[in-house]
Design a protein around this ligand. Structure first.
Ligand SMILES: Nc1ncnc2c1ncn2[C@@H]1O[C@H](COP(=O)(O)OP(=O)(O)O)[C@@H](O)[C@H]1O
Ligand SMILES: [Mg+2]
Length: 213
């Protein structure tokens, strides 16, 4: 199966993707990560870490979907370039995605970037339009993962409630604002499954969103 990690702008995709991939690997899944961002941030992280314990491939093109064969017995996890600047890459990845995860901070600023971008296509619309390019004519499920969450901040609760009323699927697990994570993309990842990303894997399993194939 294939997981597409998406967001407009810089909203924590690469960090979340790297940790999720490690947590899935530690949980026993066969993982292959894809860097589908021209900035190659995930690739640089893997190099700085002396390699990840699973392959990291690159394909930041509009032909992603036809260039690759999704793993039959594992999870392809893709760090997609910003949907705002590279919608053609997102369109291609979403053609073959089984699950799309939108990464954002629970702030009014990120909510506006997601739902009311001034000059680009809203993320929900990009996911919805992928239906036309997919064999079953149905878009992949879209789930929201909140990251950089500060405890006790009122706006986080408000954005959750607002998006829930708007009908978004929100993961219960949230990734906290974490000082060490700010530097994480320069170092190897250890024990990713022993924290929020491990809890996220469990939540995805419980919800039937992931499978080894
Ligand atoms: N949970 C977190 N806590 C603190 N800082 C974070 C967290 N997740 C990401 N960041 C920081 O936020 C910025 C954007 O993250 P990044 O993963 O590069 O986003 P994107 O891939 O969407 O551009 C980076 O400076 C990163 O270190
Ligand atoms: Mg990135």
């Amino acid at each position: 199966m294939l997981i597409a990690n998406i967001s407009p702008r810089s909203m924590g995709k690469t960090t979340d993707t790297g940790f999720m991939a490690h947590a899935l690997h530690e949980a026993g899944y066969t993982v292959r990560a894809w860097d589908a961002d021209e900035s190659q941030h995930l690739t640089q992280w893997a190099e700085a870490a002396g390699g990840f314990p699973f392959p990291v491939s690159q394909n930041a093109t509009a032909t992603f979907a036809t260039d690759m064969d999704p793993l039959k017995n594992g999870i392809d996890i893709v760090d997609v370039g910003h949907t705002e600047n590279h919608p053609h890459i997102a369109d291609s990845v979403l053609k073959v995605a089984d699950l799309a995860i939108l990464h954002m901070e629970p702030s009014m600023a990120d909510w506006q970037r997601v739902t009311k971008p001034r000059t680009s296509t809203a993320v929900k619309e990009i996911v919805a339009r992928s239906a036309f390019a997919r064999p079953g004519r149905e878009a992949p499920p879209l789930w929201v993962l909140f990251n950089r969450v500060r405890s006790g901040v009122k706006s986080a609760r408000e954005i959750r409630d607002l998006m829930s009323e708007e009908g978004w699927n929100l993961f219960t697990v949230m990734i906290p604002m974490w000082d060490e994570i700010k530097q994480a993309t320069a170092f190897p990842v250890e024990r990713a499954a022993h924290g929020p990303f491990g809890e996220l894997v469990t939540e995805m399993e419980t919800k039937g969103l992931i499978k080894n194939g």
